[in-house]
Design a protein. Structure first.
Length: 460
């Protein structure tokens, strides 16, 4: 269901969501096709007409017709203008737009489109842009197409315009200057820097007005951007193309929120099929000592059905070489592989609580609390209690602490699962905690003695 369009008189909310219009120019784009697509998407034609009537030019009518192109329903725009021999200059048209009482964003967008045309024509004819004589693009129909498109964008509340790569035809076309190559020189000049391509179709698919709208209004080019789609429409061209619909599509929606850039990390891996369990465990510990954020083993089956393990380490890019050297040395692998990912670790802080007089470190962050595993093991052994009991007591003490935010939950569930910081298969890593504290990866190289009566680390 199409939502009601905002009024052209309503200014855009600078703190609100961004509305994006993406034009799919798979069969090119012209001024009337762009306007038709926007009307098809819900822009009110009467309001578009009312805005265009502010221009100091008469003798025209604006109509819309529902048509089919290759079986797809679309809107065909007709600008009916009285014949005229007037050839307007760029300065003349700029004056007309400035004189009209257009909504501010309509005025700015229309002036940008006409300025793009003037710059392109001026370069081609070796004349100052303001002195360029517009022929086809200076006609009443072209003026209404451009201003009408800008008006329709405003009626739909569009803040940003993007387009796909722009299709063009081939061969020759007839213009005011006689036969010209297709795409026209002005189109080629306007599309400089815009992704475009040619189809084997001897028809002018992209016109100077369409190219001017793309060049002046579009902020990005490529596939449809991430958005929550709210409406769409098709604007029809005149000719039937045979193998494809002669249409320009517009898709309008609210820009989808994007995740902020994460912390870059390098995932280093090696496949190992000739190491013992003791060697693999030592390799993981050595990777953590070398500064890896995390390290782990994954069982796999290699060629000839041999059981093996993937030894993985997640490291800061600055430590990738150092961690990679350790990975190669400790596994004996003839080579390692690496991939750069982003991760989004959650903020956390360390504090401590007491369990029957013994200190236990905890990590607090993101509304959760996690007991330091090694501390809980030491205290459990000292008290002769189960590890589960000590963790529960530490978590209870943490929740009762006034230093912790309300609603804090334990990072460990009752099943005692261990959290890690692993990369997923989609190029992202998940910010979990690790129970080791070694080296520059956030781990201490010396054992921490929490209580003089507790046994040292190697007792575990």
């Amino acid at each position: 269901m199409t939502a009601p369009a905002p009024s052209a008189s309503d200014p855009p909310d600078p703190d609100g969501p961004v509305t994006v219009a993406w034009f799919h120019c798979f069969s090119g784009i012209a001024g009337d096709m762009a306007l038709g697509a926007l009307v098809d998407a819900g822009a009110d034609l009467d309001e578009v007409r009312a805005i265009c009537e502010q221009l100091p030019v008469g003798g025209w009518a604006l109509e819309a017709e529902t048509v089919l192109r290759s079986g797809i329903g679309a809107t065909k725009i007709h600008v009916l203008a009285e014949p005229s021999t007037v050839v307007r200059t760029a300065a003349h048209i700029t004056g007309m737009v400035e004189e009209a009482r257009l909504p501010e964003r309509v005025r700015r967008r229309a002036l940008a489109a006409f300025d793009a045309l003037a710059q392109a024509e001026g370069k081609l004819h070796r004349r100052p842009p303001e002195a360029v004589h517009f022929h086809e693009v200076g006609g009443t129909d072209a003026i209404i197409d451009i201003v009408g498109t800008c008006a329709a964008l405003e009626l739909l509340g569009v803040d940003e315009v993007q387009t796909s790569p722009v299709a063009n035809g081939i061969g020759m076309i007839r213009a005011a200057h006689g036969l010209l190559p297709n795409p026209a020189p002005a189109v080629v000049e306007l599309l400089a820097g815009v992704p475009s391509y040619s189809l084997d179709i001897p028809i002018e698919l992209t016109t100077p007005t369409g190219a001017a709208l793309v060049a002046s209004l579009a902020s990005d080019f490529g596939p449809m951007p991430p958005m929550v789609i709210e409406r769409s429409g098709f604007g029809a061209g005149t000719a039937e193309l045979g193998d494809r619909p002669n249409l320009t599509q517009v898709v309008i929606g609210t820009r989808a929120p994007s995740r902020e850039p994460g912390q870059p990390v390098v995932l280093l891996e090696a496949n190992v099929d000739d190491a013992t369990g003791e060697q693999l465990a030592h390799a993981v510990a050595s990777l953590l000592d070398a500064g890896a954020h995390d390290a782990w083993l994954t069982p796999i089956v290699m060629k000839k059905g041999r059981p093996a393990f993937v030894v993985s380490a997640l490291a800061d890019p600055a430590l990738a070489r150092q961690v990679g050297d350790v990975l190669a040395a400790e596994t004996g692998s003839f080579g390692i592989r690496g991939t750069t990912f982003d991760r989004w670790p959650l903020d956390r802080r360390e504090t401590q609580v007491e369990v029957e007089g013994y200190p236990v470190r905890i990590k607090v962050g993101a509304g959760r609390v996690k007991v330091e595993h090694d501390d809980a093991v030491r205290v459990a052994r000292r008290l002769g209690r189960s590890l589960r009991d000590v963790r529960s007591m530490a978590e209870f003490a943490a929740r009762e602490s006034t230093e912790l935010p309300a609603g804090v939950l334990p990072l460990h569930g009752v099943d005692g699962r261990h959290d890690h910081d692993h990369a997923d298969g989609h190029g992202h890593t998940h910010g979990h905690d690790h129970d080791h504290d070694h080296g520059r990866g956030g781990h201490d190289t010396e054992p921490v003695r929490l209580h003089p009566d507790l046994p040292p680390d190697d007792a575990s």
